[in-house]
Design a protein around this ligand. Structure first.
Ligand code: HEC
Length: 321
């Protein structure tokens, strides 16, 4: 068995000498299947050679008729993509790969990509090959095969050359994710972008509802009275006043059911917002109540402090009450 000890030390030596030897990455060409995938434009890309080799990548697995976590992830990635700015497509690449080859043709992927305003590559491939990819990436979960279950962990970010890979949750704050992709994976090779946190909200004590709101809702919604250009969902200031409590509770807990039941408000909103369906985020009643409480408090705060609702940043207001 002396021979095995030798092999182990050689492997250790290579590992210690680090990432400059690209052969040192334990996940190289002979780990990842070099399967051919088809982009939304009908172009063929090889998974290892064309998509991940020597790149920093974000990979996620989606299907276009998914009603829970995929739209959330897609919306989150749109934000991360914006934050990463000019590094996108330069040394950082995003890929969304469909796990539903039967329905998600290149044309359907193209339409999905446009609907979300996503700028990265969407791909489809042979079902068995996509399954083998997911297994290699540790992102294959048996029970989601029938499409009925949430697939929370379906995203992975990695740097092929250094062999660092991390699974990410779609509920992560987009700034944190962008920072990890841009700096952590890169081994701090570059100075952090000075403006990365410029838009981060001020810290103050948060209601539980606010925490939920920031991690799961703010990707698609503003809560300021001013809907930004290209927002995926409606601005939510005053929503607690324009909708009934019960309607809100039902909507927050199962928007997909409300659409299925052809609720007229839901249908009108769905049409107005470019047929992007709000995801079912599997919120508990408690979560939904806390969110409603937060949206109401925020509406009061903004409308109470400045009727024009133009600024939300002033901390000390001396105005009359
Ligand atoms: C992937 C994007 C997305 C996420 C994430 C999301 N929503 Fe939505 N939301 C929408 C869209 C789009 C609509 C419009 C209706 C539709 O198309 O389904 C909507 C509609 C709504 C409405 C109804 C607005 C009105 O004017 O009546 C409320 C309330 C709402 N969302 C709250 C939330 C809350 C709270 C969260 C977080 C728990 C959340 N949404 C997460 C996209 C999203």
């Amino acid at each position: 068995m002396g021979k095995n000890i030798w092999i182990v030390s050689v492997v250790l030596l290579i590992a210690v000498h680090g990432p400059s030897l690209s052969a040192a990455s334990p996940w190289g060409a002979n780990y990842f299947p070099n399967v051919a995938l088809t982009t939304q434009d009908g172009e063929t890309l090889r998974f290892f050679d064309d998509m991940i080799k020597d790149k920093i990548v974000v990979l996620n697995f989606i299907y276009t008729h998914c009603e829970d976590s995929c739209p959330l992830e897609t919306a989150q990635l749109v934000q991360v993509y914006k934050i990463l700015g000019n590094r996108m497509g330069n040394d950082v690449f995003f890929y969304s790969i469909s796990i539903d080859a039967k329905n998600d043709t290149p044309d359907i992927l193209k339409e999905y990509k446009a609907r979300f305003g996503a700028q990265w590559t969407f791909l489809t491939g042979k079902e068995s090959e996509v399954i083998s990819l997911r297994k290699k990436l540790g992102l294959y979960i048996e029970e989601i095969q029938d499409g009925s279950n949430n697939h929370n962990v379906s995203m992975i970010i990695g740097n092929q050359a250094t062999g660092r890979w991390m699974k990410r949750s779609p509920f992560e704050n987009p700034y944190v994710l962008a920072d990890q992709i841009g700096n952590w994976l890169d081994g701090w090779k570059r100075p952090p972008k000075g403006d990365s946190y410029a838009n981060a909200p001020e810290l103050r004590s948060m209601l539980q509802g606010e925490l939920t709101y920031r991690t799961r809702c703010s990707i698609c919604h503003s809560l300021t009275g001013q809907e930004p250009e290209g927002a995926l969902g409606p601005d939510l200031l005053g929503v607690t006043q324009r909708r009934e409590m019960n309607w809100l509770l039902n909507w927050l807990r199962a928007p997909n059911q409300m659409l299925k039941k052809k609720d007229p408000i839901a249908l009108a909103l769905y049409k107005k917002y470019n047929n992007v369906a709000m995801p079912n985020l599997r919120l508990s009643k408690q979560d939904a109540m806390e969110l409603i409480e937060y949206m109401e408090a925020e509406t009061q705060r903004i409308e109470g402090h400045s009727p024009e609702a133009t600024t939300t940043t002033s901390v000390h207001s001396n105005g009359p009450h």
